[in-house]
Design a protein around this ligand. Structure first.
Ligand SMILES: [Zn+2]
Ligand SMILES: [Zn+2]
Length: 194
């Protein structure tokens, strides 16, 4: 991407941030121990992309009721249901989370969010694999922005633009890496109509 286009994007997203509710606050809830760097990356990405301020809440412990059947990981749906909130909440954990997908009872995922809704969960476990710090941080930003997008009502992107952050990753990190910190025109139109 050349610099002029990049600057245009920055202008565009600044505009997007301003047109969305700039007063909106997102509460970040650490589930178990979460590295401070992770929290900082999320806070700045959410502010830069959406213009929403983040408030980090006191961490909550892992409990048996949110374990998946195998007891080896946590079930994203159970986490959402347990912490479902009427304030905007992003739950972040370093442990593996899974969700049912077709015949697979526990499909490991990067994140899950209500659509629409006010609660989403993101796990660093799979996005950290074989990643440099830089790649890890990029992935983390993208997954958080994607899940908040679902909360805002966005469905998976159907524009065919594989760089759009709202594409369905289908469990592959390759798709996340292919994306830019960007929503396609179709997804932006949806948000602006809110
Ligand atoms: Zn999604
Ligand atoms: Zn899109």
């Amino acid at each position: 991407m050349n610099y002029r286009i990049q600057n245009l994007f920055i202008l565009f997203f600044t505009f997007l941030s301003l047109t969305l509710n700039a007063q909106k606050v997102i509460h970040i809830l650490p589930l178990g121990n979460v590295n401070d760097d992770v929290l900082n990356v999320i806070e700045s990405a959410v502010y830069e992309f959406y213009g929403y301020k983040c408030v980090v809440s006191t961490k909550v412990p892992f409990t048996k009721d949110i374990l998946a059947d195998s007891k080896t990981r946590y079930e994203a749906g159970k986490i959402l249901a347990k912490y479902k909130s009427n304030k905007n909440l992003l739950i972040i954990t370093e442990k593996d989370i899974a969700s049912k997908k077709g015949d697979v009872k526990e499909w490991g995922i990067f994140g899950l969010g209500y659509r629409p809704g006010q609660t989403c969960v993101v796990s660093t476990f799979r996005i950290k694999r074989k990643a440099t710090i830089t790649v890890f941080k990029e992935r983390l930003k993208k997954v958080c922005i994607h899940e908040i997008g679902h909360n805002l009502g966005l469905n998976h992107c159907t524009s065919g633009n594989l760089k759009c952050l709202m594409n369905d990753a289908k469990g592959t990190i390759k798709q996340v890496d292919r994306e830019s910190l960007y929503f396609c025109a179709q997804c932006v139109r949806f948000l602006k109509a809110l």
